[in-house]
Design a protein around this ligand. Structure first.
Ligand SMILES: [Zn+2]
Length: 207
């Protein structure tokens, strides 16, 4: 039995340092001779393959996978620590996988808890969402970015717990695709005050 076995979920908005924190934790365990494997869903070719690179350039070798089944096929018997970056882009089978693996391995995952709607991020098949992974976690590590809202040259700099999506300089419409790679969109961290909420989400609260 490993002393730290169990599931740790590192979540937060974009630019909150999730990948950096994941890599830091894996390196720490490697320094203590734990056998680790790092996985990342194959989404685009933004960065060189075989490396998980965080926004600040921190990098570590990873196995790129298209599905949870593919990750299982690549998982080595001797592995004691499983790391997964950008976990929200995998399919819903990730929840059962983490639940089972955490019984006798250290499972560290990092991912976006919420999408630009400020709703829990749905997995790629939209059967389950990130709330299920948080539910089964033994440890959660919530990270925040800094709000980049500016008004007359004054920067907000409050803790950003949300991310606003922009298309062509305007707040993106609600039906804008959640995973859109290479488009002309931009994402900015926002605090509660400066996040523009969607009416579609607010309407859900009316019971
Ligand atoms: Zn703000």
């Amino acid at each position: 039995m490993l002393t730290e076995s169990g599931l740790t979920v590192i979540t937060g908005t974009m630019f909150s340092g999730k990948s950096t924190e994941l890599i830091r934790r894996i390196r720490r365990l490697e320094a203590a001779d734990f056998r680790t494997q790092l996985f990342k869903p194959k989404i685009d070719d933004r960065y060189a393959l075989d490396y998980v690179i965080s926004h600040d350039g921190f990098q570590k070798e990873a196995t790129y996978i298209n599905s949870v089944i593919e990750m299982i096929a690549n998982l080595e018997e001797k592995t004691q620590v499983i790391g997964i970056d950008e976990v929200q882009f995998l399919d819903s089978r990730i929840v059962e996988f983490c639940d089972q693996q955490a019984m006798n391995r250290i499972v560290l995952v990092a991912g976006l808890a919420k999408n630009f709607h400020d709703m829990y991020f749905p997995f790629s098949d939209e059967k389950l969402d990130m709330s299920e992974l948080l539910r089964i976690a033994d440890h959660t590590v919530p990270l925040n970015a800094i709000c980049t809202y500016q008004d007359n040259g004054h920067r907000c700099r409050m803790n950003a717990t949300r991310v606003q999506k922009f298309s062509d300089g305007e707040v993106a419409p609600f039906d804008s695709p959640i995973v859109q790679v290479g488009g002309k969109e931009a994402y900015e961290p926002r605090c509660r005050l400066h996040f523009q909420q969607y009416q579609e989400v607010l309407d859900r609260l009316k019971t």
